[in-house]
Design a protein around this ligand. Structure first.
Ligand code: FRU
Length: 910
């Protein structure tokens, strides 16, 4: 980078701008001036020349100088066309602090830094002297001047004129104005033709005008004359050439000052002091020295050429050097970048190595974990397999005893001596045996498919006739439930390849579900179709029943998945088995369902035998039964449960009541049947209904199932125990889940007992009666000691608060004869029925009796401890008359109030 900076510094870019305003660039002398300037500039690369040519127009020149000033020039070099018109702009430039060098012609101002030019006065004088020598002091002369307003014109004329005065024989017969250029000279000559013819010598203030005069005289055939010019420029047809050709007698060398102007500008920029006036030397060139002069000029030209060649060579070297510098800079920069990149790369590589190392460690860990996982999975699979084998074996074991139950049961059911309730109980047993049998069979089939032991035997079957056969079995259920059950097939003769013996399970299972979840007067429709351009046959089984929520739908085909909402409660085998059977057939099953809007199962089956292996295809001789009659157990499942036994609600004289909350209808009915001998039994099929009935009837005890759709047993328990109307009622929870956790959860919510299914009926009935007996004891306890009854540990907080509130209301109103049971109900926000039951439960007495007892207790106290009359005491205790007080008092204490007071007064220690 350092090298880069150094290289930059070495490069020389022009720092200064030299503005050069030329009055005209259109003649050899001025061209020479510019060449000299450029040669000199080569040695000053820090300077840049901005050149303007005014083409002999003073106004234009002034404007061009202003333009140069706007370009921020550092020095102004100007050769003014005319002295006066250019003076203001030159003064302005100088006034702005820009150094001004005036070259050749002068300006009519003192505001400039330096002047460089030939000695024009001396030129005029030398010319006059030369003429005098040539003519021997006698002859006629014509003078041709330059532009009238330019300073050389005036000075040359002055010098010429002054010198001529010394030679009285010399006569200046005319002065013509040629304005420095040929055409104007020709025009002036034409106007002075006669004077020209008389003249011996013509002195023109520059060679251009002298040559023009020569051409005019020659063309007019005038007698030979001498022509003298000024400038002596080294070009063809210019001064030196014309002298050597004898056209001009002489020319006065007039240096351009171009070189001097540039080197003076460099000095000024370098802060050097420069002379204000620099007069350049002149010399007369005529036939006597022109040869020598020419030789010298040629030599100088050669030298210049050589210098120019050297310069261009140098320039080439310079640009080569600059190119190399540029290249070097690029190389250095590239090297620096490469170096920096190298450092970055080094760090990146180091970091990469570290990361790689970490990654390797992580990968090793992951691999280790993966191996462990694989091992664990294998173990888990082994365990699952063992579990399945165990359950499969167990299922096999179940089949024999189940068959042994089913057969005698069916025998028994055939007996004529059975009473209606006995028949109902046997029917309940039969249905549940069939249900169990089906579960066991499904489980075994599932295992057979899973373990690959099941050999598929497919054949091409007519789907419609197969379907009609199966539907036959469901006609009874459909009629019973008034369900619109039909088959819709718009394309006759749809065939599909399947194993009838296996596939019928699929249809039985799906139809059983459809019927089970479809309400009376609903519909179950089956559609058969073969979609266009398809090799498959499709069966849609559509119902407008309960439908499934999103969660149940998502897990519908999972083995043992139990729906949370309990409405689709099942073992979780049926649909999983269905899907297994269909995928064994290379078919597919989809389900569409939404809550309350029904369910549609769509099954696709192959329409040809291509997907099946040869051994899977049934041969002609392997005939099969069309319908597997054992599958009729599915139909039983689709039917409604056995109607509930009529529960007599009136006419019974049981003193204690129970409420059974159980969603399994058959178990519910069974319990009702079993317990109604001893108790008044209310029953509900859901948590919500159960709660409603508990508030309505306030039973003495509640039996509640835990797992129920909607509100479960724990929620029911919580609500009951928090509500003042029911908080006193003992609750026994029933559950199929006998885990410790469930029990603890139940107990945490103040369950009074927890009995797990299956339960022993005797145990259940004993639990109920012992709980009710304990309650009765508790009530006695409350009644015996009014002051301590609220402290009983057995009673819950809600109950204690209730008894306290009740007592307080009664005590407060003992003197109020308008006080009634309605007032208490209003203050406690409960119904009359709830109050009566609650007081009966907690205090084992009638509300009115309790109030009356309290009034009598207060009467006794006042009779013993006050001086009030019996009448006054009667009113104070809320009796409407003293007579009524006496009657009640006597009924309770076997003596009149008066007798009681007398007796007390006789025994002061009583
Ligand atoms: C060129 C020129 C010269 C003369 C000078 C005077 O333009 O006419 O021939 O010597 O200018 O300024």
């Amino acid at each position: 980078m350092l090298l880069y900076v150094t290289a930059c510094r070495q490069e020389t870019a022009p720092k200064y701008r030299i503005g050069f305003s030329q009055c005209t660039g259109n003649d050899d002398w001025r061209r020479n001036m510019l060449t000299e300037m450029k040669r000199e500039l080569f040695y000053h690369p820090e300077m840049q020349l901005l050149y303007k040519d005014a083409e002999s127009d003073s106004k234009r020149q002034a404007a061009q100088i202003t333009e140069l000033l706007a370009k921020q020039i550092d020095i102004l070099v100007v050769s003014p066309n005319e002295a006066a018109p250019l003076a203001p702009v030159i003064a302005t430039a100088y006034g702005k602090g820009i150094p001004v060098i005036i070259l050749d012609r002068k300006a009519a101002t003192d505001s400039f830094t330096a002047y460089i030019g030939g000695d024009n006065y001396n030129i005029g004088k030398l010319a006059a002297d030369y003429i005098a020598a040539q003519l021997g002091g006698k002859g006629r002369i014509i003078e041709v001047t330059g532009l009238r307003g330019s300073s050389p014109t005036v000075e040359r004329h002055q010098g010429f004129h002054d010198a001529l005065e010394r030679f009285p024989g010399l006569r200046l017969i005319a002065t013509l104005e040629g304005s420095w250029v040929a055409d104007k000279t020709q025009a002036a000559a034409a106007k002075n033709d006669s004077a020209l013819r008389q003249a011996d010598v013509i002195f023109a203030q520059n060679d251009v005008m002298a040559y023009s005069m020569y051409r005019y005289c020659r063309d007019k055939g005038m007698a030979p004359k001498r022509f003298i010019g000024v400038d002596a420029s080294p070009y063809p047809d210019a001064g030196i050439d014309l002298v050597s050709r004898g056209i001009l007698s002489a020319s006065l060398l007039y240096p351009s000052g171009g070189k001097e102007a540039i080197s003076m500008a460099a000095d000024i920029l370098a802060g050097k002091k420069v002379p204000r006036n620099t007069l350049l030397q002149t010399v007369l060139i005529d036939s006597s020295n022109v040869k020598l002069m020419r030789l010298q000029i040629d030599k100088i030209q050669d030298q210049h050429q050589e210098i120019e060649q050297q310069q261009s060579l140098l320039q080439e070297q310079r640009s080569l050097y600059q190119d190399q510098q540029h290249l070097l800079r690029i190389v250095v920069t590239t090297l620096c970048i490469a170096f920096l990149l190298g450092i970055v790369l080094f760090f990146i590589l180091r970091t990469n190595r570290r990361i790689n190392h970490q990654l390797k460690q992580q990968r090793d860990e992951i691999l280790l974990q993966r191996d462990q996982l694989v091992e664990m999975t294998a173990k888990a699979q082994e365990a699952t397999e063992a579990k399945f084998t165990f359950f499969t074996n167990l299922s096999h074991e179940f089949r024999t005893p189940l068959t042994l139950i089913q057969a005698p049961l069916e025998n028994l059911m055939g007996s004529r001596q059975l009473s209606a309730p006995q028949k109902q109980q046997l029917e309940l047993m039969r249905r549940n045996v069939i249900h169990l049998m089906r579960l066991v069979n499904q489980l075994l089939e599932f295992r057979r498919i899973e373990s690959g032991k099941l050999q598929l035997k497919v054949a091409e079957n007519d789907l419609q006739s197969f379907m009609i056969d199966i539907m036959e079995a469901y006609k009874g259920v459909a009629a019973k439930k008034n369900i619109d059950f039909r088959l819709v097939s718009r394309q006759p003769g749809i065939k599909a390849w399947f194993d009838q013996h296996l596939f019928d399970r699929v249809l039985y299972n799906l139809l059983s579900n459809a019927f089970k979840f479809t309400a009376d007067y609903g519909k179950v429709h089956i559609y058969l179709e073969r979609p266009a351009h398809s090799q498959e046959a499709v069966i849609h089984i559509q119902d407008d029943g309960a439908g499934m929520d999103e969660n149940t739908l998502a897990h519908a085909f999972e083995l043992f998945y139990q729906s949370r909402n309990n409405e689709h409660k099942g073992t979780g085998i049926g649909l999983a088995l269905t899907r297994e059977i269909i995928s064994l057939h290379h078919g597919s099953i989809r389900v569409k369902s939404s809550k309350g809007a029904g369910t549609t199962f769509s099954i696709s089956l192959p329409g040809n035998s291509t997907p099946f292996a040869p051994e899977e295809i049934q041969q002609e001789d392997e005939s099969m039964n069309v319908i597997n009659h054992s599958l009729h157990s599915y139909i039983a499942d689709a039917e409604d449960s056995i109607p509930a036994p009529a529960v007599p609600t009136t006419g019974t004289t049981h003193t204690l009541s129970l409420l059974i909350i159980e969603d399994h209808p058959e178990l519910n009915h069974f319990l009702v049947d079993f317990l109604r001998e001893q108790y008044e039994v209310f029953h509900a099929g859901s948590g919500e209904d159960g709660l409603r009935m508990a508030f309505q009837h306030v039973p003495d005890l509640i039996l509640c199932d835990i797992m129920m759709p909607g509100m479960d047993g724990i929620q029911v328990l919580q609500t009951l125990k928090k509500d003042i109307r029911t908080s006193h009622i003992p609750v026994i929870l029933l559950s199929a889940n006998s885990s410790e956790e469930q029990r603890i959860k139940g107990m945490q919510h103040n369950a009074d007992a927890y009995i797990s299914k299956p339960f022993n009926l005797k145990y259940l009935s004993e639990s109920i009666s012992s709980m009710l007996n304990n309650r009765a004891l508790l009530k006695d306890h409350y009644i015996a000691e009014p002051e301590t009854r609220v402290h009983t540990t057995q009673s819950n907080k809600t109950d204690r608060k209730f008894v306290n509130d009740f007592n307080a209301i009664v005590e407060e109103n003992l003197g109020n004869d308008q006080f009634s049971v309605e007032d208490i109900c209003q203050q406690l926000s409960i119904s009359k029925m709830q109050l009566y039951r609650k007081i009966k439960q907690l205090l084992n007495c009638n509300v009115n009796d309790y109030i009356l007892d309290a009034r009598i207790r207060k009467g006794r106290y006042l009779l013993m401890n006050s001086k009030f009359s019996v009448s006054e005491i009667a009113y104070a205790c809320g009796f409407s008359s003293p007579a009524y007080f006496s009657t009640v008092f006597k009924a309770r204490t076997q003596q009149t109030p008066k007798a009681f007071r007398d007796q007390v007064n006789k025994k002061p220690d009583a």
